[in-house]
Design a protein around this ligand. Structure first.
Ligand code: HDD
Length: 681
């Protein structure tokens, strides 16, 4: 898809002014001086010493030496894309935010997805929460929804953020392990900070190994406030729901992908957008009247709690479409600066102590990361509306503010820039009544750490439960301290005795005698089994060699493409492969470049009788796909193949001689994604 087909939105137009195309241009220094030589430093004699005078050498090397900026202290590894948001129902009843009132407007957005724990160069598919940060460039200034793909958090108070991050980052003596929480300090933190129980259940679940950024939910986590034109407030939780549904990898697959394609999620979304498969997410809100603040059975200011969707439905209000990749990773993705405190009139905060901690941290971190107080002037961070105030100077200031006045109140500039009354769109903080004594303490209403962790467990299907047990067993299996392992078993006995017993046995700890939180309720919305499933954009590996059945393959490829499925062909060599009836196809891969974990399904057409290595690799490929529960299809000689490899007749293995019927069944299987019942075969 050619990005230039897009109509430029206001953000894109603004960015255009900063784009530079160096192609076909003369090489100059940063001072604009054309240079006649760029490969050799200036020397006294061709074998002599390099001269201090060489300004070109000095400039080139100095700039290079300063190319890196500090990576984000968390969410260092990320990937961002541009898009647009459009409302389908006005939220005027609840909020004066213009971008949530006008259904005819498209608001430009920039979204950065990230892992939390790993360094900038770490792998995409590690077990972790994912960041899902959206900057809305609204007509009233930037609004940032800095969300995660998990609706709750590890801790309840921002003052503990450095502790949880220190515990889950690599251990400080040897900087091991990278991008993994499978180590002693993390689990020691968990066992000794039991408010983490609910979030840990999510982290041990399939949610922490998403199949794609395109297939993740997003959650604002905190309870925020919406305030309408009359000044009336409602509590709100924000949700993003992906059009393709919420889907995951399996752990073995995620592990292998980390080596085979550390950029797996980057490639996935970049390629989808380049091919015109634009990811879509619906914005949803859960609304709670102020009068109901204390009626939910938990404290809505506690960030370890979600509002079950069956109790408070998620109202869909608009759609975000991501339709353009960045031009430059550093300029855009690396330099974008999000802040939970970037709000517009009609959106306000609550006293959630985690949210309050965040309100401090985000500006502070940009100051060190982006090197000064003017990071809002970097093109990707600029609002699409003008900004005017009396802030001046500082590193890298770009704006040339005119006149003598840079203070308020003044008479020389008619007391401008002037504050704007709320009726005319000026931001006014919601006048919440507060009273209390100054205390450092946890509210009693924040003390239940296990009920919702059990709710989550109760809501899982059998295979989801099995994955959680496997994840605990893996992570704690890597923990060296016997005491920490036992503490974690004892802690999670409060969530579910069944769960704690299962992983205690696997890790050689003592299973609990009793426990449970007494919660029997479940919330179907928490299980990924209840999310939409589709064959669209799933990747299918097509295995064939010379002499394949031309008409059949042509038919199947056409039908798969019409469903938005993305087939890629694997053969003995890359390039043209000749089939019967004059049909040729182009193979993109050999088994050297294609591994089964890179695909969602396999279609086996023909192996090679001559090439033993090819046959062996194909068998390994299909066997691995089978063990990851993926749909497998075969026609013609492929059917014999599956028989030899004892896979025919198994769940999700589709074969057929009637090619039309086979194709329909195979497409259906692809839309099912995984055949969990294979655990039993
Ligand atoms: Fe945070 C980055 C999301 C709690 C402090 N956070 C960051 C990013 C996301 C989140 C998505 C990456 C933004 C980007 O792509 O540039 N953070 C969350 C969510 C939280 C949360 C959903 C809990 C509800 N964060 C949290 C707390 C604190 C921080 C409690 C500190 C008190 N977060 C930061 C930070 C980061 C950050 C240190 C690092 C890089 C940055 O801000 O720009 O300020």
């Amino acid at each position: 898809m050619d990005e230039h087909n897009h109509e430029k939105n206001s953000k894109d137009e603004q960015l255009e002014a900063f784009r530079v195309d160096d192609k076909d241009k003369a090489l100059t220094t940063n001072q604009g001086l054309k240079m006649s030589e760029d490969e050799f430093s200036l020397k006294a004699g061709v074998r002599g010493p390099t001269l201090m005078e060489d300004f070109h050498f000095r400039e080139k090397l100095t700039h290079f030496d300063h190319e890196r900026i500090p990576e984000r202290v968390v969410h260092a590894r990320g990937f961002a894309v541009h898009g647009e948001f459009q409302l389908y129902r006005s939220m005027k009843k609840y909020t004066s935010a213009k971008f949530l009132q006008d259904t005819s407007k498209k608001t430009p957005v920039f979204v950065r997805f990230s892992t939390v724990n790993g360094s900038r160069g770490s792998a995409d598919t590690v077990r972790d929460a994912r960041g899902f940060a959206t900057k809305f460039y609204t007509e009233e200034g930037n609004y940032d929804l800095v969300a995660n793909n998990i609706p709750v958090f590890f801790i309840q108070d921002g003052i503990k953020f450095p502790d949880v991050v220190h515990a889950f980052k690599p251990e400080p003596d040897n900087d091991i392990p990278q991008a993994s929480t499978a180590h002693d300090t993390f689990w020691d933190f968990v066992a000794n900070n039991q408010e983490s129980a609910h979030m840990i259940m999510w982290i041990m679940s399939d949610r922490a190994i998403p199949r794609s950024f395109r297939m993740m939910e997003g959650f604002g986590v905190h309870t925020f406030r919406l305030v309408n034109d009359e000044g009336k407030a409602h509590f709100v939780k924000f949700h993003w729901k992906p059009g393709l549904g919420t889907h995951s990898l399996v752990w073995d697959e995620a592990h292998k992908l980390a080596g085979i394609d550390p950029d797996y999620h980057r490639n996935d979304i970049w390629n989808a957008i380049e091919k015109g498969f634009y990811p879509e997410y619906e914005l949803g809100v859960q609304i709670l009247a102020e009068e109901d603040e204390f009626n939910l059975g938990f404290d809505i200011l506690d960030a370890t709690k979600l509002w079950p969707e069956e109790d408070i439905p998620v109202i869909p209000v608009g759609k975000m479409i991501l339709n353009r990749n960045v031009d430059n990773f550093f300029a855009e993705t690396e330099q974008v600066a999000f802040h939970v405190g970037n709000v517009v009139p009609g959106i306000d905060f609550t006293n959630d102590p985690l949210l309050q901690g965040r309100l401090f941290s985000y500006t502070d971190t940009q100051l060190i990361r982006l090197g000064g107080p003017n990071f809002h002037e970097i093109p990707i961070n600029r609002p699409v509306v003008q900004f005017h105030n009396n802030q001046r100077e500082g590193y890298h200031r770009q704006t040339i503010n005119l006149g003598k006045v840079s203070y308020h109140r003044n008479s020389l500039a008619g007391n401008t820039p002037a504050p704007v009354p709320p009726e005319e769109g000026g931001y006014a903080t919601y006048q919440e009544k507060v009273e209390g004594r100054k205390v450092r303490a946890r509210s009693e209403s924040f003390e239940d750490h296990f009920s919702q962790a059990t709710l989550f467990w109760n809501s899982m299907t059998n295979h989801e439960k099995a994955h959680i047990i496997e994840a605990f067993s893996f992570e704690l299996g890597k923990v060296k301290s016997e005491s920490v392992k036992q503490q974690v078993v004892d802690m999670f006995a409060n969530v579910s005795v069944e769960l704690a017993t299962a992983f205690a046995v696997n890790i050689g700890a003592k299973p609990p005698q009793e426990g449970g939180s007494g919660v029997t309720k479940s919330s179907p919305a928490l299980s990924q089994e209840n999310t939409p499933k589709t064959a669209e954009t799933r990747k299918v590996a097509i295995i064939l060699t010379e002499g394949f059945n031309g008409p059949e393959v042509k038919y199947v490829l056409k039908r798969l493409s019409s469903e938005g499925i993305m087939p890629e062909i694997i053969s003995e060599t890359i390039g043209t492969v000749q089939g019967t009836n004059g049909v040729t196809v182009k193979a993109q891969h050999t088994f050297l470049t294609a591994k089964s974990v890179l695909f969602d399904a396999v279609y086996m057409i023909r192996g090679s009788r001559k090439n033993k290595k090819f046959n062996k690799d194909a068998a390994y490929f299909i066997d691995e796909a089978f063990s990851h529960y993926k749909p497998i299809g075969a026609t013609g000689e492929g059917i014999e193949w599956l028989k030899v490899n004892h896979l025919d007749g198994k769940p999700g293995v589709i074969t057929g001689t009637d090619i039309a019927a086979f194709t329909e069944e195979f497409v259906e299987a692809i839309a099912k994604h995984r055949f969990w019942e294979r655990v039993l075969v």
